[in-house]
Design a protein around this ligand. Sequence first.
Ligand code: SF4
Ligand code: SF4
Length: 259
Amino acid sequence: MKRDGAMVWLGNIKDALWSTMVGMGITFRHMFKKPVTYQYPEDVVPVATRYRGMHFLEQDKCIACRACEKACPVDCIEIRFLRHPGSVNEWFEFSLDYNKCMFCELCCSPCPEDCIHEGKEFGFARYERSELVVDLTTWKGLRDVDHQRIKEAEEEKKRKAAEMAAKKKAAAAKKAAEAKKTAESPEAKSGPSETAKPASDPEGSKPQTPKPKIPKGDAKGPSSKKTAEEQKPQGNQNKGKGSEKGKTKGKGKKRGGGK
Ligand code: SF4
Ligand code: SF4
């Protein structure tokens, strides 16, 4: 009996040593393996690639078309913005109510700019329900670059308006010139001879002044002509007188001779 008790005691020691060695063997085996415990929330558990979690917005690309807002079956998207010249949006709100969202992803597919997505974030633990309305915007209002773009757009708008005004003015001037031309054309048609005359004879309309008759063979100026005209009749008169004298003399001689 005493012998059986000693054997059991030794067997127990052997089992204890063996179980300790097996246990330590398992411990040593896992000592150099990668740990499976994640220190959440510091460490985030990886999720499947198709997981649909909290949304994120690429605000730079968003054109505020509201397609996502319209597509949402539970109306949990709220977009508030102001459109400025140059298609610049002044953002006030792009919020999503996760009290209502069912992560159906119907808001993402109709987006024309592919700028709203469902991410991998699954931590929705909040103390208040109101905290589950999340604003997805990364900035509010206008940035410096937006101010610059608005300024450029306004200048471009002014330039185009000035161009349009100049074009309109030119078109109006052209129209007025055409109207004037058409108004003048019937007068030209009504008097073709009068209008034709100036073309052929520029002096036709002017009063004709009689040109002084220049005696043949005298190519001198008007003063010489005058002297010639003044002198000639005198010479002729003298000649005439002389001839008349001669005639009278002759007549007298004849008469005398007759006597
Ligand atoms: S995932 Fe579905 S329910 Fe949630 S915001 Fe998008 S469309 Fe609405
Ligand atoms: S559909 Fe896309 S581009 Fe349009 S408002 Fe939504 S996120 Fe912005």
